[in-house]
Design a protein. Structure first.
Lengths: 292, 192
């Protein structure tokens, strides 16, 4: 229990203070792309300096340490209740140490008890898998980017979006246009086509667990991902919405079956401060390797 | 090269700024977010000794701790989303003689109109850059409303040096946010 708690505490610290390598590579590429001397390039330089400083000082990259989202794959028969309790203890301690800001308030009263614990805080997504190790992935998702997420129900007359891939493209690009720089761009889109209103958004966030440099195994979705990324970066929104060449760092699209009557396109926006890490754990809860 | 701004900022200095211009601020910043804006806009008075004429308000809920010697130390201090203060900002700019606000994401028509009439600007800091921006804060000179509003919502008085930001709404009625939205909307229409 103590080993598990300590492993999860280290996972939270590292997630909050260190950008994963795949995101770092995308940010450096964006920095190269922006024309020297522009405010877009200056913003990317500040972002890169911030990443280095947070890592060196082991302090939060962004003061909004976000919603705490755990995605946990456990062996069959593992005790999920004990895991959740250890994770809650880790969140409480991470908050006390300042890895996380006191960032969770009662929905009605706004009261902040300073622990980051409460209904839905942290959030757990448990799955069993036929393997002996436990794998834990963590996303810290800030409010600014969460607020620019969007869900479309196709057909959408305003957008001229039908129930096909072309319609999905119109909806996703509308989300990029509406977000501008407000989600702290350049960001990454996680998208789900299909599902219901709840599972669609949920699956859009699961896409954010994918590495930025992976490719979608479904050819149509791979083509759509590349197309949205390239098109978004031609719109001139740029870092922070200052204008410039990099509006998005990546696009990840998945699908869920839907009922014939519904056709949702759900878009989650992740800011450049893409805090996502993961660990594999042995049966005692010790970290055996990092997943990103 | 960025334009250097020192506080208190004069009306002439503010009216000389144009959208898209990078600035570096040296002097004093006062933080203020939801609670402070609502309180002041509903007729609340400034605490004794605080004068916002020529001042810059920073939309920020910083993480501030006390070091071993009991001095305040800023750990993280990036901008928060400014749009939430849109109902209040224009009135506060006019009533207190504020010369500018710093935040992220831009603001709307009422704030833009107040900037034009009263001589003020909106300055955009890099969202998420909590560590870099905290490095530009040299000292905490004081704090107001700490008891009433809590730490993130209090008015913190920061001494800053070369704090970087970009003018995205100027005193001439121009908004970079409106310009980039219109241009990107046109680009998108060509690609649908």
């Amino acid at each position: 229990m103590t080993a598990l708690r300590d492993s999860l505490l280290e996972l939270i610290r590292r997630t909050s203070a260190e950008i994963p390598d795949d995101v770092q590579a995308a940010i450096l590429a964006a920095l190269e792309r922006e024309a020297r001397g522009t405010i877009a390039a200056e913003a990317m330089q500040i972002i890169q300096r911030n990443i280095e400083l947070a890592r060196r000082k082991s302090q939060p990259i962004c003061q909004d340490t976000g919603s705490v989202l755990f995605y946990v794959d456990t062996p069959v028969g593992a005790d999920q209740l004990a895991f959740a309790e250890a994770a809650r203890q880790a969140v409480r301690e991470a908050t006390r140490r300042g890895y996380l800001r006191q960032n969770s308030v009662d929905a009605l009263t706004g009261k902040n008890d300073g622990t980051n614990l409460g209904p839905g805080a942290p959030t757990f997504h448990f799955h069993q898998h036929p393997e002996p190790e436990t794998r834990v992935r963590l996303i810290l998702k800030g409010g600014g980017c969460e607020n620019v997420g969007a869900q479309y129900s196709l057909p959408d007359e305003r957008l001229g979006a039908d129930r096909d891939l072309k319609g999905c493209r119109r909806a996703i690009l509308d989300a990029v246009l509406q977000a501008q720089g407000k989600g702290c761009g350049p960001g990454v889109l996680g998208v789900c086509i299909g599902g219901d209103r709840a599972t669609g958004y949920e699956h859009s966030k699961v896409q954010l667990l994918r590495r930025l440099d992976d490719r979608n195994p479904v050819p149509e979705l791979d083509a759509l991902e590349q197309d949205i990324l390239n098109t978004a970066n031609e719109l001139g929104i740029g870092p922070m919405g200052f204008g410039g060449k990099t509006t998005l760092l990546g696009v990840k699209i998945g699908t869920l079956n839907r009922v014939p009557a519904s056709y949702f396109v759900s878009v989650s926006y992740m800011c450049w401060a893409y805090r996502r890490q993961g660990v594999a754990l042995d049966p005692e809860g010790r970290i055996t390797r990092w997943l990103y | 090269m960025p334009t250097l701004l020192t506080t208190p900022v004069s009306e002439a200095a503010v009216r000389a700024l144009k959208v898209g211009e990078a600035v570096e601020i040296t002097g004093t910043l006062y933080t203020g977010r939801d609670a402070v804006h609502k309180y002041l806009a509903k007729g609340g008075a400034l605490p004794p000794g605080l004068d916002l004429r020529g001042a810059l308000i920073y939309h920020c809920g910083p993480v501030v701790i006390k070091d071993e010697a009991g001095r305040w130390k800023v750990v993280a201090a990036g901008p928060t989303t400014s749009a939430r203060e849109e109902p209040y900002q224009g009135d506060i700019i006019r009533r207190f003689g504020v010369r500018g606000v710093i935040g992220k994401g831009g603001m709307g028509a009422r704030t833009l109109a107040a900037c034009q009439e009263a001589g003020a600007v909106y300055l955009h800091a890099v969202g998420g850059a909590a560590q870099v921006l905290a490095e530009h804060i040299k000292t905490v000179r004081g704090v107001y409303f700490l008891e009433e509003f809590g730490s993130p919502e209090a008015i913190w008085e920061f001494e800053v040096e070369r704090f970087p930001a970009v003018v995205t709404m100027d005193a001439h009625g121009h908004s970079l946010h409106e310009q980039v939205f219109a241009a990107s909307q046109a680009e998108l229409a060509r690609r649908l």
